[in-house]
Design a protein around this ligand. Structure first.
Ligand code: HEM
Length: 486
């Protein structure tokens, strides 16, 4: 047999093995007899997502809308990886709350030996996550979040100086809110003092520099190979910078006298049995990773919606001004508690533009759905399509309409608790949800109290999302006209 024949036969053999493996992977739900969306070769049911033609939120929404009411969940494939998409709010509640013990993992890629900062709360699973979670729950108590308010309001005052004294201007709102969130992270997660966080801000823009959705997918699908190849999720110079900052701040903090509690670093290292410094640094990075983009997106989307509905904007501002007047112009905890309408506005923003469009879990034990024949097998990946639930017309009438009244107490009570989960919930819910809500509210007060926002020629209407991101972010920066009001 000549060389050409051998090469052809080897190629044919390799292709047949590859084809068979793909077919076996894409036959998982059929073999289990579970209702599922018919997959396309290689792409499964997320065609267009990995190459940025479609947002993952839209792919999940279509499956949810197509199968809801037919079963508690449906099987689908993210390329070759089988996942369960939850369709029923009762099952969402079981997975997130009542039976959360079966779903304590996320199954994300993490490689602590090659990339120490990936050992953070968001990415870890198993006993390492459990230990960290217990420690972090001590940090993010309501009392501690309360203690951080004074520093937060100090930082938020930069919004006024950033807006300047011009009476009318066109502003890049995405940049404006990012400057505030980056300051909060630099100061509270990493302990950096002062106002000038330009270097820090530069690295927050760079750590995703090499991020490719398809590479992240491959690392998720083949974690052992990814670890062997030392795949890195984040740009190395950026993670080296963040680690250096956190470690040096921890050391500097020990040299200083005891100070009022103003940062997460202090809270972690003041614990009775403090964690190792590198582990604390990984948590600071995890906060950046988990918190920065959704905070920016939420505040940006909020101003965008208020700019388009001036009467809602005026109502929010009026409440803010009246409440501030009653509290001597100070943003105190009590003042924030009284800002009911502003909170409704923020919740409606998180409903309509859900920054995390889905929640991820991996079943750590087999879960039999009570009173049914359905079983979620150990190891199954589970997605809860929160964005699709938040836009389900059977739960939220006219879901595309921005209407903060949906979050009045009575309206909220009429819906099941699992109908609104922008921060997830239960064991693996957002550890910093209370802090994030406080940060959003303080930011909104500062943005609205002296300025009015309106669409301008550079505002993209309707909103377009960036398909290359898993989180929901605008495709291009949000720009609005800003008028100073005295
Ligand atoms: C608008 C802002 C934010 C939104 C919408 C948000 C949303 C979320 C969601 C949906 C999850 C997954 C929850 C689940 O799977 O049930 C999560 C997890 C997490 N978030 Fe947030 N988040 C925000 C801000 C923040 C901030 C500011 C921080 C840190 C200071 C933070 C730290 C974390 C961490 C550490 C986790 C992982 C928790 C764990 O797995 O134990 N988040 N967040």
């Amino acid at each position: 047999m000549d060389l050409l024949h051998r090469v052809l036969l080897t190629a044919l053999g390799a292709f047949s093995v590859f084809y068979a493996l793909v077919k076996i992977s894409l036959g998982y739900w059929k073999r289990r007899g579970i209702l599922h969306e018919k997959p396309k070769f290689l792409w499964g049911n997320i065609k267009g997502v990995l190459n940025g033609k479609r947002h993952v939120q839209d792919a999940l929404h279509d499956i949810y809308a197509g199968y809801k009411g037919r079963a508690p969940f449906v099987g689908f494939y993210a390329c070759l990886k089988p996942f369960i998409l939850v369709l029923d709010l009762k099952l969402v509640h079981q997975i997130v709350f009542t039976d959360a013990g079966h779903f304590t993992s996320r199954g994300l890629y993490s490689n602590p030996s090659g990339e120490p900062l990936s050992a953070n709360l968001l990415q870890l699973d198993g006993h390492k996550w459990r230990a960290l979670h217990a420690k972090s729950a001590e940090v993010f108590t309501p009392a501690n979040v309360h203690k951080l308010l004074a520093r937060l309001t100090q930082i938020s005052s930069r919004i006024q100086s950033d807006l300047g004294r011009e009476s009318l201007q066109t502003r890049n709102i995405s940049e404006l809110v990012a400057a505030y969130s980056v300051d909060v992270m630099a100061s509270m997660a990493f302990g950096l003092a002062g106002q000038d966080h330009q270097e820090f801000a530069k690295w927050t823009r760079n750590y995703w520099a090499d991020f490719k959705l398809w590479q992240a997918y491959l690392a998720l699908e083949f974690p052992l190979i990814a670890r062997l190849l030392q795949y890195k999720s984040y740009a190395e110079p950026a993670t080296a910078y963040f680690q250096k900052v956190a470690l040096s701040q921890l050391q500097a903090q020990r040299r200083r006298d005891r100070q009022p509690l103003q940062t997460f670093l202090q809270l972690y290292s003041n614990a009775d049995q403090p964690l190792d410094d590198v582990v604390i640094a990984s948590q600071a990075f995890g906060f950046l990773l988990a918190g920065l983009a959704p905070l920016n997106a939420a505040l940006g989307f909020c101003l965008y919606e208020l700019a388009r509905q001036p009467e809602l904007q005026d109502r929010t501002r009026l409440e803010i001004k009246r409440t501030l007047d009653q509290h001597g112009g100070q943003v105190t905890a009590e003042c924030l508690r009284e800002l009911r309408y502003a909170k409704q506005v923020l919740n409606e923003t998180l409903r309509l533009h859900t920054p995390y469009p889905f929640l991820v879990r991996r079943a750590t034990k087999e879960f039999e759905l009570p009173g049914s024949v359905f079983v979620i097998a150990r190891g199954n990946g589970v997605l809860i399509p929160t964005a699709a639930i938040h836009r389900d017309p059977e739960i939220y009438e006219e879901p595309e309409r921005f209407d903060p009244d949906r979050f009045e107490e009575e309206a909220k009570r009429s819906r099941p608790p699992a109908a609104f989960l922008p921060f997830g919930d239960g064991l693996r819910g957002c550890i910093a949800a209370r802090f994030a809500e406080q940060q959003l509210l303080v930011g909104l007060v500062e943005l609205l109290k002296g300025h009015r926002y309106a669409p301008c020629a550079e505002t993209t209407i309707p909103m377009e999302y960036d398909n290359r991101r898993l989180l929901l972010m605008p495709k291009s920066d949000i720009k609005l006209s800003v008028e100073r009001i005295d």
